[in-house]
Write a protein that binds this ligand. Structure first.
Ligand SMILES: [Zn+2]
Length: 114
C-alpha cells in the first residue's frame, strides 16, 4: 500500500487520502476571452504520464487539507510534497512543471489578470 507523507500529520496509509488528479491547472478568468477549443482543452485534457507526475491530494480522513505531491507513476516513489499554491522545489518536480505543455496554453495565459 502506498504511504503518503501528509505535510501536516506525517506519513499515513493511502486509504486516508483522496487523489484530486493533476496539479497546477489554472482556470481561465471570466474576463479573459479564450476560444472554445482552448477552454475545452483546459476543461477536459489531463496528463497521464509514465514517470514523474504532479498531483493534488487531500487528507480526507485526517486534517482534510489539500497539498501537492511529486510522484513517480512507475515506482510510486513520492519525490516531494509541497503546499498548494507553491511550485515544486526539487529538480524532478521542477522539470515536470516547466516541461508541461500547460505552461504554454491559452487557458494558462488567461488565468492571470491582464
Ligand atoms: Zn493531514
Amino acid at each position: 500500500m502506498l504511504q503518503l507523507p501528509c505535510p501536516y500529520c506525517g506519513p499515513r496509509d493511502e486509504l486516508e487520502f483522496s487523489c484530486g488528479g493533476e496539479a497546477h491547472i489554472s482556470r481561465p478568468l471570466a474576463n479573459n476571452k479564450i476560444s472554445d477549443a482552448a477552454f475545452g482543452e483546459y476543461l477536459f485534457l489531463r496528463d497521464n504520464p509514465k514517470g514523474v507526475f504532479l498531483e493534488r491530494w487531500r487528507h480526507a480522513s485526517g486534517c482534510r487539507r489539500w497539498f501537492n505531491v511529486v510522484r513517480d507513476t512507475v515506482s510510486h516513489d513520492i519525490l516531494e510534497v509541497y503546499a498548494m499554491g507553491s511550485k515544486p522545489r526539487r529538480t524532478a518536480g521542477k522539470k515536470a512543471y516547466n516541461n508541461s505543455w500547460r505552461r504554454t496554453t491559452a487557458a494558462e495565459a488567461a488565468a492571470v489578470n491582464k
